[in-house]
Design a protein around this ligand. Structure first.
Ligand code: C6P
Length: 407
């Protein structure tokens, strides 16, 4: 196995000079990761040599493309340790996966006054999807609070469940605080109340091993582009017992068995939820990315990123006026660091870091309610991937110190 330090050469973009001058220091991985050569090559190869629509043709290319697409589904199944490929629905990403559950689970199992439990640290996709259901069906959204340290306090969680609670929908890892939520424990508690759980895994799958059977979650969502795969593809894992009883999300080709003007019958799982031509080239890219991550080893990635996170926390705290959000304990703080330096506006900080070739994200990070809870308008956020190095963190700290002297 290649040592993790030698993997940078798999990512051609990391050689870029920003403004023709500065080596790229890419610390915006929570927004999207860079792509290894093998992912781009697999997709190019498919377009050049295989391209045909899947599940429809009797011809050679269509069958080959179908085999690739369904093989990718099996790769995803293995990656998540799902029981069956029937439980793996391809979507456009985490956002679509969550919307699918809110819409279809909501239609099947929720009536006016029924409740969903989310948390104060959710991404907009896990808030607004439920608000849309609220405006359509009059459901209620209950919000689990976080502590000042940015973690969930499970002591009072029992009070959030009642006879109207229908589902819990929570982030595995916060994209702002880096908090790793105790989802296994939350799932255990929810199940004790007879309530299923959707886990938003957008920020967990790239960083540590996820086993949906071990978690016993009912739904799990993630995006390809955050785990070194292409944009435009993601996954919804769902237990068959739930997916079977939910209505389709969209109507169209692929999701039907028979259609007449009087009556349509729907396809088996997972195709019932996959209307229209799927992004079969992106599914190949996603499978390649998951194979790449698995060959590096998620344990090795986790150890490397934990080292980076601990090192970054320690180095950033040397900067006068530094405030880091989220838990101090790196065992529950994943590869995302949101920070604020004195009264330097996060946008100024991000813009000036960019002038040094350092890419971070600034703003509310699609988590405005969390910003309100933290009492800020936005933060600066550095987030790490397997190819980042301690030297890049040194460059970040040096950049921040240089900017500080300008204010
Ligand atoms: N967060 C970030 O910079 P999509 O856009 O569908 O791939 O993922 C949505 C999403 C859902 N949940 C969490 C926890 C997320 O972090 C994200 C995406 C990016 O933080 C873009 S806003």
């Amino acid at each position: 196995m290649t040592p993790i330090e030698n993997l940078r050469s798999d990512f051609p973009i990391l050689l870029r000079k920003i403004y023709d001058r500065y080596p790229l220091v890419y610390l915006d991985n929570a927004a999207t990761t860079q792509k290894p050569r093998c992912v781009v090559e697999a997709m190019t190869d498919e377009y050049y040599n295989v391209n045909a629509n899947v599940h429809r043709g009797v011809h050679f290319l269509s069958q080959q493309a179908t085999d690739l697409h369904e093989g990718s589904r099996e790769t995803v199944r293995r990656f998540l340790n799902a029981r069956s490929t029937s439980e793996i629905v391809f979507t456009r990403g985490t956002t679509e996966s969550i919307n699918l559950v809110a819409s279809c689970f909501g239609q099947a199992f929720m009536k006016e006054g029924d409740e969903v439990i989310i948390t104060e640290m959710e991404h907009h996709s896990n808030i607004v999807s439920w608000q849309l259901l609220q405006s359509r069906q009059g459901i209620k959204i209950r919000v689990l609070p976080i502590t000042d340290e940015g973690v969930l306090n499970l002591d009072g969680i029992g009070d959030f469940f009642n006879e109207r609670t229908r589902i819990v929908s929570i982030a595995h890892v916060s994209n702002v605080l880096g908090t790793v939520n105790p989802v296994k424990e939350i799932i255990r508690i929810a199940h004790a109340h007879g309530v299923p759980v959707l886990v938003d895994g957008a920020q967990s799958t790239p960083h540590f091993k996820v086993d949906v059977q071990d978690l016993d979650c009912d739904f799990f969502a993630f995006s390809g582009h955050k785990i070194y795969g292409p944009t435009g593809i993601g996954v919804l894992y769902g237990k068959e017992e739930w997916l079977d009883r939910m209505p389709p999300y969209m109507g169209g080709g692929e999701m039907i068995k028979t259609v007449s003007f009087e009556k349509t019958t729907f396809n088996d799982l997972p195709y019932k939820f996959e209307a229209g031509t799927p992004d079969y080239v992106a599914s190949t890219g996603l499978a390649k990315a998951l194979e790449y991550v698995s060959s590096v080893g998620l344990d090795a990635i986790e150890a490397h990123e934990k080292d980076l996170t601990a090192y970054a926390m320690q180095r950033l705290m040397e900067v006068p006026g530094m405030k880091i959000y989220g838990p101090q304990d790196v065992t529950i703080h994943d590869a995302v660091l949101s920070f604020q330096v004195g009264n330097i506006h996060h946008l100024d900080m991000g813009t000036l870091l960019d002038r040094l070739g350092i890419a971070v994200r600034t703003g509310h990070h699609c988590a405005e309610p969390l910003m309100h809870r933290l009492g800020v308008e936005g933060t600066c956020r550095a987030s790490f991937a397997l190819y980042n190095t301690r030297e890049e963190i040194d460059a970040l700290v040096a950049g921040i110190r240089r900017i500080q002297t300008m204010f």
